[in-house]
Design a protein around this ligand. Sequence first.
Ligand code: GDP
Length: 577
Amino acid sequence: MIQIPAIISVKDLADKLNLPVTKVIGLLMKNGINATINESLDFETAAIIAEEFGQEAEKIITKSQLQITDSGATQQTRPPIVTIMGHVDHGKTTLLDAIRQTDVASGESGGITQHIGAYQIEHKNRLITFLDTPGHSAFSALRQHGANITDIVVLVIAANEGIKAQTVEAIDHARQAGASIIVAITKIDLPDANLDRIKQQLAELDLVPEEWGGKTIIAPVSAKQKTGLNELLEMILLVADLKDLKAFRQTKAAGVVIEAKIESGLGSVATVLIQNGELKIGDIIVAGTASGKIRTITNFKNQKIEQANPSDPVRIAGLKTTPNFGDPFLVVENDKEAKNQAEKFRHEQIETKVYSLSQSGLSEGVNEIAIEQKQLNLVIKTDVKGSSEAIQHVLSDLGNQEVSVKITLLEVGPVTDSDLAMAKATNSTIVAFRVPVNPALRSEAGKQKVVISRYDVIYDLVSDAREALSKLLPPEEVEIPLSRSKVLAVYKGDKRGKVIGVQIDDGLLSKGNLYRLRRGEKEIAAGSILNLRREKLEIESAKAGQQIGVLLINDANPMVDDVLETYKIELRKRSLS
Ligand code: GDP
């Protein structure tokens, strides 16, 4: 078993496999990847290659990519960093607000806090840092940067609704990030609250409640009635103690950017979360490709401070350009080093092409049969039973009356030849969830036109499945109004239809347009416009203000003062809401 991070260079992979790098490059080439020694591979690809050389690979979850150079410094306890996650409308925002109000200190300062993407509260003389609900996609983005800044995820579940798709996604995010989960069952004041059902659902997802002999801490709360909040905070501190969260203090500060924007008068302002060290005014810092000297540090209470410590979220001004969400930051010695670091980061961003064998998404599996059946068939292979259950749960929530996901097979284990046969027979796409796909099977699947999609994160799987389902929805017909005219005169016409004289009030009226004739509110005829004449000449179209003769096909029986509307029908792609 070798351990591989989310992204690894070809050279490092060869080192881990104890093989000459040329051998690794050779096998990559066989798989259609022309990577050079310093280029990188994603975990899945590296795992496939390792497997080919007879080694099983395990993904390393890194807490932070930042390296602390000052190893002489000692570590000290730091406040936990908490993210509140859960399904939409389950009460995340309300809970965050309620927690904020428990904080006596902020109450004393008038409670005027500034929205900076994070804040801290004090409970029993200890600090807890809360990240404002970052949203699942933001969480994913942070993780992709290798920045797992969250220590504890408070998983919010509404007592009356139970576990929903985004709850399962949140569990998956937390697990992937190596964060501890505390379940806050909210809205317990509601009459249809059902705690037992939720505990049952949690147990099914491998989160067995403590009272049932498991390890999952459950805190029932009502953000509305402000009950259970202290207990929840106690639990957070308890978990923090168990995790023994520590950081270096006497070192140059380093951390992650969690918000950045340009503000008038201040220039670039970034909220950073400090992971190690002390940040002081005058420090020279690099954040992503931005650099500068810190002019001001402001805390979430909008107070100017001189220095900030590990786990503190602070706003800093002084960067010359604006960094991006998720960029790492660090304090450096001088301007020259700042420039070098920023340049290095820029290079890494541009030059590290990450090769991957897992590029086909579920949408690529949408073919004519699927469109006709309005069904997305999936053969799903996962790493562990917990993943299978979680995936089943979220996928069953997708779809609507028109389109649906059908799981033709759901099993733990690697993708095999018989899975391929099954997928072929049932017009299914294969989902390889955290399991390897060997190159021979992949190329066989390619020949048989079976798509294999690899996923590591449920969130990505679900958003791809949603996109694929949208492709199954028949397009929507949208009526686009084109013109509106008043009938001034009715002529006899010919055997094809009636001729009317109209005054165009609005828009452009053209030959071939669809029309609708109205008398008051009532529609009296519809069809298409066969011919247009203006002063005896045939024309293609006429615009507002003009008077023309119109030949209406169909057995319309127009009268003076009727209204003639023309329109066209456009087909629009729909998406699953
Ligand atoms: P979010 O989308 O998860 O941030 O959910 P919100 O915090 O916006 O809450 C969604 C709805 O649930 C709002 O109408 C809240 O007033 C309501 N809500 C939140 N917490 C509670 C609670 O503890 N009890 C009750 N009865 N309603 C709540």
